[in-house]
Design a protein around this ligand. Structure first.
Ligand code: NAP
Length: 310
């Protein structure tokens, strides 16, 4: 370790921590993995492990930052404890279970002078930055978002995702909104929503939404967790210069005369950004994607559909 490295603890050693955060931290020389925290996970060989954040903060090694890879429902408590301790905090998406707790965390981080980073991983997919640049000076005619996947494949046994604050099908759906809000040249707002909730669950399994931008252009969104076979994570934007299509969650970009794909850049991009923010003494907390989801719960009609069994 060198003196400039950011000593980081990963909190919540579930699927995303192991699949993405561990390799991304290890691959970025700005960071050194100093500890892990998780109630039921054994941790990682050679790295101090703690069952909860209180134990880490009281008895753990010196650290500078934490990443919270837990479900959103426990994020506020963990983030506020870390901030009070003077640590920089990277929040997995969505940044919280409510908008008001995210705003409260922003205030706490700013008072304490630490970095708060709400990481939207899909924004770092390879096609997203060029899509944003291509759309910046074009006239958009309309857009469709189609995010249809199999919940049994991607979220097996995750009870929290069906509970209030877990977002249901908006857990992946908010990723598409993190891209849409980033690439579309004008602000969008919700005009209509239909949420389909299984009779035995607290959160939606599918949703249809309609948005408008400030020029009156329509954006539609179709989310479904019951998709078997090929999975669909597409955003199509029609413009007066032709159609842009982002597919595979933003990894592939089709423009009228060219196609671009590249390796998975999302989590390396997130950690590069977190390091930059810490070094610059800045925070980055964009709640717009979560705000659109909250509006769907505020304004949407709810239809009860057949029970869902894992
Ligand atoms: P997960 O597999 O259920 O893992 C969550 C982990 O959080 C669990 O392993 C649990 O630890 C831990 N945890 C719960 N409460 C905790 C607490 N109070 N303190 C410390 N650890 C706690 O969920 P996940 O799929 O990784 O998702 C986590 C977050 O990442 C969600 O917000 C999700 O939207 C986001 N995300 C997930 C994916 C994905 O593909 N899965 C992709 C991108 C982002 P124990 O097992 O030890 O009890």
């Amino acid at each position: 370790m060198n003196m400039d490295q950011i000593r980081i603890a990963l909190i919540g050693m579930g699927k995303i921590a192991r699949d993405q955060h561990l390799p991304a931290v290890r691959a970025n020389s700005a960071f050194v993995l100093a500890a892990t925290v998780s109630p039921h996970d054994p941790g990682v060989d050679g790295v101090p492990h703690f069952a909860d954040i209180a134990e880490l903060l009281a008895h753990g090694p010196a650290i500078d930052a934490v990443t919270l890879c837990t479900p959103p429902q426990v994020r506020y408590e963990l983030a506020s404890a870390a901030i009070a301790h003077g640590l920089h905090v990277f929040l997995e998406k969505p940044p919280g279970a409510t908008l008001s707790e995210v705003a409260a965390l922003e205030r706490l981080a700013s008072r304490k002078g630490v970095t708060l980073f709400a990481g939207w991983h899909s924004r770092f997919a390879a096609g997203v930055a060029p899509a944003r640049a291509w759309l910046a000076d074009r006239k958009v005619l309309g857009a469709t978002i189609t995010w249809r996947e199999d919940v049994r494949t991607w979220h097996p046994g995750q009870a929290w995702i069906w509970e209030p604050g877990g977002l249901g099908v908006f857990d992946p759906g908010v990723n598409s909104l993190s891209i849409a809000t980033h690439i579309l040249p004008r602000q969008i707002f919700l005009t209509e929503a239909l949420l389909q909730r299984p009779a035995n669950r607290a959160a939606p399994i599918a949703a249809r939404l309609a948005f408008q931008d400030t020029d009156g252009v329509n954006v539609t969104m179709n989310l479904d967790w019951r998709q078997t076979g090929p999975q669909t994570w597409d955003i199509v934007v029609a413009t007066t210069d032709g159609t842009l299509k982002l597919s595979q969650g933003g990894a592939v970009l089709d423009l009228p005369h060219r196609t671009m794909h590249s390796d998975d850049l999302e989590y390396p991009g997130l950690y590069a950004r977190f390091a930059t923010l810490i070094r610059a003494g800045l925070s980055d907390v964009d709640a717009d994607p979560l705000r659109l989801v909250a509006d769907a719960f505020l304004r949407g009609r709810i239809e009860t559909v057949e029970p869902f069994e894992d």
